[in-house]
Design a binder for this molecule. Structure first.
Ligand code: SIN
Length: 331
């Protein structure tokens, strides 16, 4: 009996040491965070902050590798790669989820939100929170929203009224709503990856594009686009996503700490986005490479009138209750 007990205890020690050895051999959990923008942008800075927080609070347990500037994956490939386990975190623009869900098309409706505070109110409300779960049937989890800001129109000729867009080629993200938005003003939209935009503009293969101040500045679009119209006509916002399989496979205590770091990094990035939009616009103006056009209220109203009919076309795909909730967030 005593012999059997000793044998059992020795076996237990052996099993535990083997388990311990294999756990340390396996090394830390690695989170690859892939994105397409420059480091000096709200998303770039948020990713760096996330890495710093995780590696400070979970030393030796979790490592974060950040890949900016489409170094690892472009936005059109990153979600497929995530489902294959090749990347664990990304924050694609909400305009790039069309293959996975239709409800996020809401965020592309032109002139929907009056400002970024309204966007925040909507996202923290029941509809915005529900949308974070809209990818679950496809194996993806939304972990939070990250802001960049409102979009402006840049072009190789001045754009004051919608008719100025006639027959001009504009690069857009992979969104049918954005295609309809440009068609509504007589322009020709082209869906192209972010990594190609600068060259397309420089070589004049396209006439213009829409983006935020931080993307226009950090990717130097203003150096190859002589005019930027401050239209604030649409939103560029992100969903931080991971794969359900990866997330659920994390030990519960690690998952909770990683989520805390992520929430803090997102809050940091969101605060930064407002400041960077102002600073980068000022830098573009100071560069004198591009003329920033301010619309009169009457001119702006013409853009609203031309683009807003797009809402009706997508109402059934998005759900009217979501659109109504977004409108209510403006008050
Ligand atoms: C991004 O901000 O992540 C890219 C936006 C774009 O594709 O224009």
């Amino acid at each position: 009996m005593k012999k059997a007990k000793i044998l059992f205890l020795s076996l237990l020690v052996m099993v535990l040491s083997l388990a311990f050895a294999s756990a340390s051999l396996a090394g830390p959990i690695v989170i690859k965070f892939s994105h397409v923008v420059a480091e000096k942008t709200p998303k770039g800075q948020m990713a760096i902050k996330f890495k710093e927080l995780v590696e400070k609070r979970l030393p030796g347990k979790v490592e974060v590798e950040v890949f900016p500037n489409s170094q690892l994956f472009g936005d059109n490939k990153v979600l497929e790669a995530m489902l294959l386990g090749d990347v664990q975190l990304a924050a694609p623009s909400l305009s790039k989820f069309k293959k996975y869900t239709k409800v996020l098309q809401l965020y592309d409706l032109p002139f929907l939100f009056k400002d970024m505070d309204a966007v925040g109110r909507f996202q923290q409300g029941p509809f915005g929170q529900k949308m974070l779960h809209s990818l679950e049937s496809k194996g993806l989890l939304g972990l939070g929203y990250l802001h960049n800001g409102l979009k402006q129109l840049s072009c190789n000729s001045p754009l004051r009224v919608p008719a100025d867009c006639k027959n001009k080629k504009f690069r857009i993200m992979s969104s049918d709503v954005l295609a309809a938005q440009f068609e509504a003003v007589g322009a020709m939209p082209l869906k192209k990856p972010f990594s190609e935009v600068f060259t397309l503009l420089q070589t004049k293969a396209i006439d213009g594009q829409e983006n935020t101040w931080t993307n226009i500045y950090s990717k130097k679009f203003y150096e190859v686009q002589p005019y930027i119209t401050e239209s604030n006509h649409g939103l560029l916002d992100y969903m931080v996503v991971t794969s359900a399989q990866f997330w659920k496979g994390l030990p519960a205590d690690i998952r909770a700490e990683v989520k805390k770091c992520l929430d803090e990094a997102i809050a940091y990035g969101n605060e930064l986005s407002a400041k960077m939009a102002i600073a980068d616009k000022e830098k573009i103006i100071a560069s004198k490479r591009s003329k920033v056009i301010t619309l009169t209220p009457e001119e702006r109203e013409q853009w609203v009138k031309a683009m807003k009919p797009v809402w009706k076309k997508f109402e059934n795909q998005i759900g009217k209750e979501y659109i109504d909730a977004a409108i209510a967030a403006n008050k």
